[in-house]
Design a protein around this ligand. Sequence first.
Ligand code: F0G
Length: 428
Amino acid sequence: MTYSCLRCIECGREYLLSDIRFTCTCGNLLDVSHDWQSVRASFDLSREQFGEHSAMLNGQPAGGVWRFRNMVLPGFPDEAIVSKQEGNTRLYRSKKVSLWTGCRNLFLKHEGENPTGSFKDRGMTAAVTQARALGQRAVTCASTGNTSASLAAYASEAEIAGLVLIPKGNVAVGKISQALAYGTKTLVVDGDFDDCMRLIREAQERLGAYPLNSINPFRLEGQKTIVWEALLQLRWRVPDWFVFPGGNLGNTSAFGKALHEAVELGWIDKMPRFAVIQAQGASPFYEAFKNGFSTLRPQKADTIATAIKIGNPVNYSKAVRSLRWTNGIVESVTDEEILEAKAHVDAAGIGAEPASCATVAGLKKLVTAGIIDEGETVVGILTGNILKDPQSIVDYHFAKTHPLANPPVEIRAEIGDVEKILSERTER
Ligand code: F0G
């Protein structure tokens, strides 16, 4: 039984799910497209089935991706799935972050709580499952760090050779450490992320290497579950906004598809709005938004938030579709605004890597501008774990000039010194 195919988002041309291709003959991107009528004939697609019951996968809790298996890769047998129980991430409420942003009804969904510390695992479980189903011997990606960490872990689990390309000097230490530790071959490219991405596309065409970047539509099928899981956690009460960072625009694309399908499946009856936040130095999507999406002008990207240091996003056309579906907007924030937001997210005891905190910086900017009302319900996505980029934390807190800097204090090995600091702290 075939439930799904690959379908061009522009001309609608269809291909078999087993075709190894990421673009149509017309040059546009492909979706994994599901025939809900035939899926529904075999599986319960009602939202009630999610309820309290904890779905199982190969004797383990299914996690937050495969609980939605019939809407991600319908018909795949359990044994075919390469999973580490991704998802089931927390939806935090924080008085401190609410107060700072001015957003009273804020929920922060922390995708840094995934197995390798970022949302990428949600997409990787689906794409590596497909890679194995296709009998691929090697998987590749270009990465600003998190994709390479995730690919490395899942390729190891699936026993497929992995090769990752990362831009020299622009990947945070936590992420590169993971790629090395999980045993994938890591190539440090003398170029930027967009150069790495170009090489990956060439490697696919010339060498037949299977890419696991978000141009691979199976990645986006897994990432859809971020939004579905948030809706489930909110008991299907649709928030007014989803706010999240945009780099290669995979999440923007996946989240739009998730909501579009949630309407098709009758899970929700209205669309929330999207606010995609880019770093000012890496903001081609923001610039395109300002010109009504008439053109995408690639940029030479530069930002402290290395995860989103991307100047030529591969998912641009899918992301534009998502913004049209959700009456969405794009905002940009400076590196200083990202660092300040990060200091607040961290000091609230939640913590996230810099790119994630673009979400919170953008939210504050949009509430201040009156575009997001302070009483509206907002789900903000934190995309990566605080420990991914420890250097950015050390740099911030050792430079005493920052407003929330909390540098360590050296003392003699004497109780009097401890007492002095303790009394200063409690007097404040
Ligand atoms: N946040 C984090 C922590 C990321 O690692 C990325 C992308 C994004 C946001 C942007 O998401 O591409 O879906 O718009 N990181 C990729 C990587 C590019 O290689 O790890 P997007």
